[in-house]
Design a binder for this molecule. Structure first.
Ligand SMILES: *[C@@H]1O[C@H](CO)[C@@H](O)[C@H](O)[C@H]1NC(C)=O
Length: 191
């Protein structure tokens, strides 16, 4: 009886993960990040072109991020995410840092005030001036994982051929591209 209860709880947790966040059985796939990543070249504004659909980001349009060096601690990056949710301007300020700048310069951790832990922000590839491919995956108890991916661009739109190319690259990395939702980047008024 007791083990049945535990089993039901586990199934319920899987069900919750599947319905609200991008949870999947198994461990995070191995994804290489950009070699010789130069954080300095990556700073500034990035527009969200596509993202994994998630409940906590629903309806957000005109989403963009601004990465700047923290003037009082140059090892930290201030992350300013902004978007419009149901017509309302919304801003979230977080902090990012690179735990192993020598070995893994493209593997950052990002945290926002309301979150209890920092989430991975891995730059899979970028040319710094046009596009960026960002991956985030967390293993849960070794049996489950939650993953997200983003396509960012320096401009609010991305060339269709380049976008197609990026999608096929995600696919070759075993990332389920059917989970990508294009982010609306039109009719964005400034606050
Ligand atoms: C990005 O943030 C920096 C530092 O706060 C600010 O000076 C700059 O104007 C911001 N850029 C945009 C486009 O919001």
């Amino acid at each position: 009886m007791r083990s049945l209860t535990i089993l039901l709880i586990i199934f319920y947790i899987f069900y919750l993960f599947n319905s609200s966040v991008n949870g999947q059985l198994g461990k995070c796939q191995r994804v290489n990040t950009k070699q010789d990543f130069k954080l300095d070249n990556y700073l500034g504004v990035w527009y969200e072109i596509a993202r994994f659909d998630s409940s906590f980001e629903k309806n957000g349009i005109c989403s963009k991020a601004n990465y700047t060096i923290n003037p009082s601690d140059s090892s930290k990056i201030i992350v300013t995410n902004s978007e419009y949710i149901n017509g309302q301007y919304s801003q979230a300020i977080g902090e990012a840092y690179c735990p192993h700048p020598e070995q893994d310069p493209a593997k950052l951790l990002v945290s926002f005030g309301h979150q209890p832990f920092a989430g991975p922000y891995w730059v899979v590839d970028t040319d710094y001036k046009t596009y960026s491919m960002v991956f985030s995956c967390v293993n849960i108890l070794g049996v489950y994982h939650i993953e997200y991916a983003w396509i960012l661009a320096r401009q609010p739109s991305l060339n269709t051929n380049l976008l197609t190319d990026i999608m096929s690259r995600w696919k070759s990395l075993d990332v389920d591209i059917s989970k990508f939702k294009l982010t609306k980047q039109v009719n964005c008024q400034q606050p």
